[in-house]
Design a protein around this ligand. Structure first.
Ligand code: G4P
Ligand code: NA
Ligand code: NA
Length: 194
């Protein structure tokens, strides 16, 4: 997606060979017009699917996900993150390990909001190792629902998440793919169409 790629090029800050900071339009200050275009792009890529719910994880996934849900006209559910949990039987729970933050969160979704009749589109802002996306997919599968696909705004293609998700059989749509962050610059994986 050229618009997002240009934004990453202009306003992304390479913090290290591993981490791209995008706090001026996605992770802190948010660009609503860009988020809306991202929502339209995901909705268009998954238009052939009969999606009943969009699912993301708090907090930075919510903006692109709500715009996607608005476009498709279905509810958005955001999984909640918490450190540890007293067992409850009215929620789906999965453990998600973050390599970036070196911590495990339990993510939860209320059983009220997802069941076997749902066909769920998973949306997130970043894809690195794929732990969050796999955790969300496991929640969908716990509900007996199906995963329509996974939409990612920015995939760090030099990390293994994308390959692992595809190998597991999920349809993955990444709007921008980053091949590397060497020498303080963003290398994009391929030229995006205009
Ligand atoms: P994974 O889910 O793909 O395995 O990724 P990982 O655990 O490594 O990522 C942990 C958190 O860091 C996620 O946010 C993810 O979006 C974010 N992240 C990973 N790599 C980058 C990067 O290069 N740049 C930025 N800006 N973020 C990155 P989170 O913990 O869910 O936090 P939140 O911002 O959604 O609240
Ligand atoms: Na994030
Ligand atoms: Na996220």
């Amino acid at each position: 997606m050229k618009l997002l790629r240009d934004k990453v090029q202009q306003d992304g800050i390479v913090l290290s060979n591993q981490v791209l900071k995008v706090d001026s339009f996605l992770n802190h200050q948010m660009d609503p017009v860009l988020m809306q275009e991202i929502g339209k792009e995901f909705a268009s890529r998954f238009a052939a699917e009969n999606i009943t719910k969009v699912l993301t994880i708090e907090s930075s996934g919510i903006a692109p996900a709500i715009m996607t849900a608005l476009e498709i006209k279905v509810p958005l559910i955001f999984a909640r993150k918490q450190k540890s949990l007293t067992l409850r039987d009215d929620i789906f729970t999965e453990k998600v390990y973050s390599f970036t933050k070196q911590e495990t969160n339990e993510i939860t979704v209320s059983k009220k909001f997802m069941d076997a009749s749902d066909h769920v589109l998973i949306i997130d802002d970043f894809l690195a190792n794929g732990e969050a996306a796999f955790g969300l997919a496991r929640v969908v599968e716990q509900a007996g629902a199906s995963v329509a696909g996974i939409g990612i705004a920015i995939e760090k293609a030099f990390q293994p998440g994308g390959a692992k998700l595809k190998e597991a059989g999920y349809r993955l749509e990444s709007l921008v793919r980053i091949a590397g962050l060497e020498d303080g610059e963003v290398q994009f994986a391929e030229a995006d169409e205009v």
